[in-house]
Design a protein around this ligand. Structure first.
Ligand code: ADP
Ligand code: ZN
Length: 724
């Protein structure tokens, strides 16, 4: 017997299978999808078995051993890998690697992450009564024997000296039981009775179980989408099928996961980046063994090895975190569509602010549109005020307007909570010498350094380069260094100064690096340990705190000014999501938006809470500028240490593309990428806009392949990029 093995090798030209002989001792165990260890050249390497067959004429080597007998990629995931390779132009092995948690990745050597408990039991074959009679004085031993008569006892609970004697005399034996790191008690909470709107949404989706329908659930913030998901899960459990629920980020996951644990206890497996390798291994195994019906997790949970999939739900479908930003650059929504088709089950995309692409599909009837317009119970949408910061600047209010300060003060008096959003971490965004104009920049990337006051250093937010801040200009040696621009740290400082008795917490990437830190902050907010929460977009989505009644958006322009064709769409989503955090229960919410552009269309649409008006406005622009959803996009980057080489190759590539495309396909560039120099590499960019063009897709694969062995040039192709 022989097997074709896909080996774990980074080089694209080696991304195909090699044939190996299966030695007799492995034949009964080996199966397609398993991880094996094989000789390769002069070394040994891991690989995945892709197929097994009887006859082969060429010369082969023997497979050395099987690495994971009890965990393998199933048929569906093996197929899915081929789709990923094809759609995103990546290697097959990288597609499979992406599907596996790090503990199971093909290149991981560690044998097992399984945790086991050791128990002591009586040896049934021993003559226990005789032993008792002969050892009447050994009180401790007799006690142990007595206690083992009804049940097993964990080894560590028993005195080891007496136990050792019992072992020697073959009176007791060890028994092992594997256990999981995460263990939840069973459900404690009942379902809510659905509102009419929820009931309708739920019924519509339920009626399409066993079909491959895609639903867009457009429900305003607080309309109770999560509750609809939970009711659907109940039916999935009843039918003994499985459901995958994707959530955008870990900050969101904590609250949502707890809601699922409360309802479904041990029937839930979770998957997100804060789990340890061992925890991920355990959760993977629960899913693999079919021990849970519900999988909740971030992007990579879309690869959960469930069998009998009955439903996939993607919450907050508009978030960019469903797109992986490094190779393979897949979008979890595409993967979900593929899996739902494979399993003939429905997909639910939920959001208060769906992407233009999704809404356009819904309006065309490709997706089924379900709308929920009302908040649950008596909760009303917040009242939104827009503040013109130009006027505030004249009053020397550089960070917080008078209205926002007064509103904060009022909420503090009422013992209600306040959220302040600024989508920029750090203290100030650039540091400049006021005598000579010197500005600190990252020596590896072409961007200004951000000042962090807490740690008194300056950091590059791209590559992590860090220098201490000493206030002396490296150019003119004057002590006239000053920092400008606004980050969350500066807001925190000011807020603490203005409201000294308020309890303030900051939630951004800098305060949440430690494992469990998200959860701690969120618990703290839930338990009313904080009055004011300052944060980046991390606080904008999904979180549900009933006592938050005021949301202040410190600088709405921060997001509007990003040079990206999606900035209008993204700003609308960000602002209305964070507004949605206010007044979710019976307390009336209020939102204050500070901006230098009060007449901006997006801001006005947010104020009027008019998603559809914003949708139409943005769609018109997209149509004019030939952007998605009217055209598909591909971004291609030519990257090199050598500026001239990158530029030359980029020009060569663009000519090839222009000569091999359909007429209505547009090829733009090469231009310098928005992040032109990154980690000492120069990056040129080409953008392709197309409607239907197999020619160009094929030529892209060819171009990609042609540069495989080029050591100086790296080609990065991003299919359906989220940003450039
Ligand atoms: P969304 O996900 O649409 O923002 P949630 O599902 O978080 O909304 O619901 C908002 C709040 O309303 C939550 O606190 C939730 O527990 C509560 N809720 C949802 N549905 C119901 C219901 N049918 N009856 C009572 N409370 C509900
Ligand atoms: Zn840098």
């Amino acid at each position: 017997m022989y097997a074709n093995i896909l080996i774990q090798y980074k080089i694209k030209s080696l991304d195909h299978t090699f044939t190996y002989h299966i030695p007799d001792n492995l034949i009964s165990d080996i199966d397609v999808g398993m991880k094996v260890y094989v000789p390769f050249g002069s070394s040994k390497i891991n690989g995945i078995v892709l197929d097994i067959f009887d006859k082969y004429d060429g010369e082969t080597k023997d497979i050395i051993c099987i690495i994971s007998k009890d965990l393998k990629l199933n048929k569906e995931l093996l197929e899915l890998g081929k789709y990923i390779k094809d759609k995103y132009l990546c290697t097959l092995i990288s597609a499979y690697q992406t599907m596996l948690p790090s503990s199971l990745k093909v290149n991981n050597r560690k044998e097992s992450y399984e945790l086991r408990k050791t128990y002591i039991i009586l040896n049934k074959e021993a003559n226990i009564d005789e032993y008792i009679n002969n050892n009447k004085r050994a009180k401790k031993q007799l006690e142990i024997i007595e206690s083992l008569k009804d049940n097993k006892i964990e080894k560590k609970e028993l005195s080891s000296s007496s136990l050792n004697i019992l072992f020697k005399n073959n009176i007791v034996k060890e028994e092992y039981e594997s256990y999981y790191r995460i263990n939840k008690n069973n459900s404690i909470k009942d379902d809510y009775k659905l509102t009419d709107e929820q009931e309708k949404a739920y019924k519509t989706i339920k009626d399409t179980f066993n079909t491959n329908k895609i639903h867009l659930l457009h429900g305003i913030t607080g309309s109770g989408k999560t509750e609809v998901y939970m009711h659907l899960c109940k039916d999935i459990i009843k039918e003994d099928k499985r459901v995958i629920i994707l959530v955008p980020e870990i900050s969101l996951t904590t609250q949502l996961i707890n809601r699922f644990y409360d309802r479904y206890g041990n029937d839930v497996a979770i998957f997100h980046s804060e789990l340890s390798d061992g925890e991920k291994y355990d959760e993977y195994k629960k899913i693999y063994n079919g021990e849970v019906h519900i999988v909740v997790g971030t992007r990579s949970a879309i690869f959960a090895p469930v069998n009998n999939l009955g439903l996939i739900i993607i919450d907050e479908e508009h978030t960019s975190s469903y797109k992986q930003e490094n190779n393979p650059r897949y979008n979890a929504i595409d993967i979900a569509k593929w899996r739902c088709e494979y399993n003939n089950c429905p997909l639910v995309l939920g959001s208060a602010t769906p992407t233009l692409e999704s809404m356009a599909r819904a309006q065309k009837g490709v997706y089924n549109l379900i709308t929920m317009n009302k908040r649950v119970g008596d909760a009303k949408l917040p009242v939104i005020t827009v503040i013109n910061m130009q006027e505030e600047y004249r009053k020397r209010n550089m960070i917080l307007s008078d209205d926002l300060k007064i509103a904060i003060d009022n909420r503090l008096k009422n013992k209600e909570q306040i959220m302040l959003l600024l989508n920029r971490r750090g203290y100030s965004t650039f540091v400049t010498c006021e005598s000579c104009g010197y500005t600190y920049k990252c020596p590896h990337c072409d961007i200004t350094l951000t000042y962090h006051k807490t740690s008194n250093n300056m950091r590059c937010h791209y590559c992590g380069y860090t220098v201490m801040f000493d206030g002396i200009c490296p150019e003119c040696k004057n002590k006239s260094i000053n920092s400008f621009g606004l980050g969350t740290e500066k807001v925190e400082n000011l807020v603490k100064e203005l409201f000294p008795s308020a309890r303030v917490v900051r939630m951004d990437r800098d305060t949440t690096t430690k494992k469990g830190s998200h959860e701690k902050i969120i618990k703290g907010i839930e338990n009313l340990e904080y009055d004011i929460i300052i944060g980046t977009q991390m606080i904008s989505k999904g979180l549900d705190f009933p006592r938050v009644t005021l949301v202040g958006i410190v600088n709405a322009d921060e997001s509007l000014n990003i040079p990206d064709f999606r900035s209008g769409e993204n700003t609308y989503a960000l602002l209305s999501q964070v507004s949605g955090r206010a007044g979710r229960a019976n307390l009336q919410g209020e939102v204050i938006i500070q901006t230098f552009n009060p007449d901006n269309k997006t801001i006005i649409n947010v104020k009027n809470n008019n998603y559809l008006s914003n949708y139409e406005y943005e769609m018109n622009i997209r149509k004019l500028l030939k952007y998605p959803p009217y055209y598909y996009l591909i971004g291609l980057k030519v990257i090199s240490k050598d500026y001239d080489k990158a530029s030359k190759e980029a020009n060569k590539i663009i000519n090839i593309l222009k000569n091999n495309k359909e007429d209505n396909t547009i090829v733009l560039g090469p231009t310098t990428a928005s992040q032109f120099k990154l980690n000492n590499l120069y990056r040129f960019q080409i953008i392709i806009k197309y409607k239907k063009d197999n020619k160009i897709l094929n030529i892209l694969k060819e171009i990609d392949y042609n540069y495989i062995n080029d050591k100086d040039i790296y080609i990065e192709i991003d299919v359906d990029p989220i940003r450039f």
